[in-house]
Ligand binder design. Structure first.
Ligand code: ADP
Ligand code: MG
Ligand code: MG
Length: 887
């Protein structure tokens, strides 16, 4: 077996590696090789592979056999090419030792510049270049970096000495120091090294090089690098590569400099050359912010030739990599060198603009453009944000779950009722509660934002807030609501105090921070239209297209979702309609009624009100399918809880409060989510569903009579056995038929079921015989498959994640291994009975990109999500199509 190659050379227009070898050479090394091959001026050097780093860690920090010899051969080759030798007494070669993994981790690992410097080299370099200031500056920088990174000398110690030197000389910038000062700095630095490391500063350049390589490997496992990989879910990398590269000097004098530039503006995406540079400086100075850098355009005035060359190179690199480039360059005495290029990180707005522009320019195709915009990018653009300038100065008080994106500020209130009252008076309010319940809906609607101290990503507050597009931070454990005040850390806030929450990050701030509004630009619209084309064009067996629907309970939600591009309503929850004040009275009367007649009378009063809501939703959706779920939650959710409410209801019902209370108690269930709910309600009280079906059909008939296109679908929840449908379907059909006949209208209304009880998934084949479609209610399906109560997960789920018992929150992203099998089984079995059987998802996970990919692979016809997630789902759906059709 041939021995692995450990070291790859680049220089003089030729490199052993290329851009495709990022896994092995790291992003930096691979692109240095590529630029060399392109004939772009790059200082020569060699790259040690990530495999050497991997093996270094596997074998107790020892190099693999043969590596050192191979590296020395490449070093000799470099010396020969440069005509200089590392540590040479007459003309020393200096190199940088740079880190670089396959995925860019900016600033997380270490790099050392000016290696090869020692007491002799500094003298010969000063003589040879005739620039002693430069030579001593390079030496002191080297001791500082090497001392810090390799020998573990605290960085501050060097800084303190440098500060003292500047003070003594009465200058602000290090460029103001003279040769004498720098010589003294070097001597002082060496003393500090000796004091801390108990060693003299190493003079042997090869020893320096091995020390630096070890340290760069070591930085792969430093705390910040590990944290960065964790935060960005970077997994499965072997380690970092190390590039040893001959130095070029931006600190040579006023004809030299260094900078960072982007081929397009990384925050707006405008096709304008963007960047900064510093004259007479070395690479790290630009980032460190010691001096304020100058705008790249001014370089044209300083050195037109270099500027033009740089512009030509950035154009060339952008064309070559078909993406916006982020580059590092150095000018030494008027000569330009490129030191790095990579695809630039960009803000959301820039991601879309670059993608759209590059398609127009013919640089990339539409599919590439779609894959290049992340859902995080798009999400940034759809919600108000805290002004980035204000965030810097603000301090987050605590962090909860980022339950519903966007930032909001308002005066804090502690009850839904107060929220409504304050809002009525024109105040902007932020609702702060331990948790919320359906009763709070009125206050939630008017609140700018919602903050809760308990509950998870699918807690009531989180689900409702996402549905309304209201920013929400949920389950913020650091927030303690105590009556009319809230305590966060050592700060106490009372009713009416200003607070700001950021539902995109989970942060909570004191006071009113400035917000910036989202804008749906022409570019976003054009971009999302491409996403729609891709989804519409997809074919999986008998399934054509991959739609995005929305969960919308009110006409307002439906309108918003339609404007965001929803292709239908996948879930209209009818119970939310009952919490409306007008209907709640009648509904309460209905559920607390003793006999059927009273119930029917109450339902009669509700019917026209429901009909009106349905009509509004149908109208908003302009003939796109609207799936309406019949009543689902346990009845006790609707009964009054406080004494005053009970008294009020008793009055309305014309009975005594003491007679009402027992009826309310009777509705109590110990396990309501597994209790008397969903189709079970209709089995015991058929008149509820009868009324709802009638309202749906009447609303549809109204649409037809007004010439509006309409496509209702009726959905029955919590089914666990086909016999439930066998009972309920015919009665629904009877009502549909009679209403349509009476109105002399012809219409096809599908009746389907939710699959949310595991048993229903298992019996899908039998159930499909009675259903026109399935929709996976993955909130309940997850809850029942895991036996995790979704209202109580907050107490243990975070620990499960921390201890890695679960990789992702199954209420956020469908658990493919377990719940996913049920979904796959039910889909397959359903279609074994009816080949063109329609299947969708309407749980909260329907807006999650990973879940959307899974739904595509499983053959679902559509996903449905909250209105504000619709654009994200349009993108994620298109990405799923492209990703999965590549093979
Ligand atoms: P990072 O990944 O933190 O950006 P780099 O390896 O890119 O680290 O190096 C840090 C700085 O040093 C950059 O500004 C880079 O341009 C500069 N630099 C690295 N190697 C050389 C070199 N051989 N000559 C001149 N400057 C260099
Ligand atoms: Mg860099
Ligand atoms: Mg459900």
């Amino acid at each position: 077996m041939a021995k692995a190659k450990y070291v790859y050379f680049f220089g003089e227009g030729k490199a052993d590696g290329d851009a495709k070898m990022k896994e092995l050479l790291g992003g930096k090394g691979a692109n240095l090789a590529e630029m060399t091959n392109l004939g772009i001026p790059v200082p020569p050097g060699f790259t040690v592979t990530t495999e050497v780093c991997g093996s270094f860690y596997e074998n107790g920090k020892k190099y693999p056999e043969g590596f050192k010899e191979e590296a020395l051969i490449q070093l000799r080759k470099l010396e020969k090419l440069m005509g200089k030798k590392l540590g040479d007494a007459d003309d020393p070669l200096l190199v940088s030792v740079r880190s670089g993994a396959a995925v860019s981790m900016p600033g997380m690992m270490d790099t050392i510049l000016n290696l090869g410097m020692n007491d002799k080299a500094v003298v010969s370099l000063a003589a040879k270049t005739g620039n002693p200031r430069f030579a001593w500056d390079a030496y002191r920088r080297f001791i500082q970096m090497f001392g810090d990174v390799v020998m573990g000398v605290p960085h501050d110690e060097f800084e303190a000495i440098l500060e003292a030197a500047k003070k003594a000389r009465k200058v602000e910038l290090d460029t103001g120091l003279e040769v004498k000062d720098l010589e003294k700095l070097v001597a002082d630095y060496k003393k500090v090294v000796k004091k801390h490391a108990k060693l003299d500063f190493p003079q042997d350049p090869e020893e320096q090089m091995w020390g630096a390589i070890d340290a760069v490997f070591g930085s792969w496992m430093n705390e910040r690098a590990i944290k960065y990989r964790e935060l960005n879910s970077i997994k499965g990398l072997k380690g970092t590569a190390v590039t040893v590269q001959s130095m070029v000097f931006g600190n040579f004098g006023d004809d030299s400099g260094t900078g960072v530039c982007f081929s397009r503006d990384p925050s707006t995406g405008k096709n304008e050359f963007y960047g900064e540079y510093l004259m007479n400086a070395q690479g790290e100075d630009v980032v460190a912010g010691i001096r304020t850098p100058e705008k790249i355009a001014t370089l044209a005035k300083r050195n037109k030739k270099v500027y033009d060359q740089l512009v030509a190179i950035k154009d060339r690199l952008e064309h070559h990599f078909h993406d916006m480039q982020d580059m590092e360059f150095t000018v030494q005495q008027g000569e330009l060198f490129l030191l790095q290029t990579r695809n630039g990180k960009r803000a959301g707005a820039a991601a879309i603009k670059c993608a759209v522009d590059m398609v127009a320019e013919g640089l990339i195709d539409k599919n590439t453009a779609i894959m290049r915009v992340s859902h995080e990018h798009l999400d940034q653009l759809l919600h108000p944000m805290v002004d980035p300038k204000a965030i810097k100065a603000a301090k987050s008080l605590t962090q909860g779950l980022n339950a519903s994106p966007g930032a909001a500020c308002g005066k804090i209130v502690f009850t839904a009722k107060e929220a409504e009252e304050w809002a009525e008076l024109g105040e902007r309010v932020l609702l702060v509660r331990k948790d919320t319940s359906p009763e709070d809906i009125g206050g939630m609607v008017v609140a700018e934002g919602i903050l809760t101290s308990t509950g998870g990503m699918t807690s009531h507050a989180a689900v409702v807030a996402r549905g309304m597009g209201t920013p929400c931070v949920a389950g913020a454990k650091g927030v303690s609501v105590q009556g009319k005040k809230v305590v966060i850390g050592d700060k106490t806030f009372k009713e009416g105090d200003w607070m700001t929450i950021d539902g995109s990050t989970g942060d909570v701030y004191a006071g009113e921070l400035p917000l910036v509004a989202p804008k749906i630009s022409k570019e976003i619209e054009a971009f999302l239209a491409w996403c729609d084309e891709v989804r519409a064009g997809s074919v999986r067996g008998t399934v054509k297209g991959f739609d995005v629907r929305t969960n919308a309970d009110q006409p307002e939600d439906a309108k918003r979702a339609f404007a965001f591009g929803a292709q239908g309503v996948g879930l209209c929850r009818t119970e939310h309609m009952f919490f409306d004040k007008e209907k709640l009275v009648h509904f309460r009367a209905m559920i607390l009624a003793d006999d059927e007649q009273i119930r029917k009378d109450a339902l009669k009063k509700i019917l026209p009100l429901q009909k009106k809501d349905f009509f509004g939703i149908f109208k908003a959706m302009e003939g796109k399918p609207v799936t309406i779920r019949l009543l689902d939650p346990p009845l006790h959710e609707f009964v009054p809880h406080t004494k005053e409410d009970v008294a009020e209801l008793a009055k309305q019902l014309g009975i005594k409060a003491k007679d009402l209370q027992p009826k309310i108690d009777k509705l109590h269930e110990s396990n309501p989510m597994l209790g008397h709910r969903g189709c079970r309600l209709a089995v015991t009280y058929p008149e509820i569903y009868d009324m709802q079906v009638e309202a749906i059909v009447l609303a549809a008939v109204d649409c037809v009579k007004k010439g509006l296109p309409v496509k209702p679908e009726i959905m029955i929840p919590i089914v666990c056995d086909e016999k439930e449908l066998a009972l309920l379907r015919p009665s629904a059909e009877r009502i549909v038929k009679s209403v349509l006949e009476k109105a002399k209208v012809k219409m096809d209304i599908q009746i389907g079921t939710m699959i949310e009880v595991p048993r229903a998934a298992l019996l899908a084949e039998k159930i499909a015989a009675y259903a026109d479609f399935f929709s996976f209610g993955t909130n309940d399906l997850t809850q029942m498959t895991f036996a995790f109560s979704r209202d109580d997960v907050a107490s243990f789920l975070p620990v499960y994640m921390e201890k890695e018992l679960l990789e992702v929150d199954p209420f956020k992203s469908v658990d493919e291994e377990g719940v996913g099998i049920l979904m796959d089984w039910a889909t397959t079995k359903g279609r074994s009975v009816k080949p063109n059987f329609k299947v969708g998802i309407c749980g909260e996970q329907g807006g999650d990109p990973a879940t959307i990919d899974f739904c595509f692979r499983t053959g679902l016809n559509y996903v449905s999500c909250s209105p504000f997630r619709v654009p994200i789902a349009r993108l994620a759906g298109a990405q799923a199509v492209i990703r999965n059709s590549k093979k």
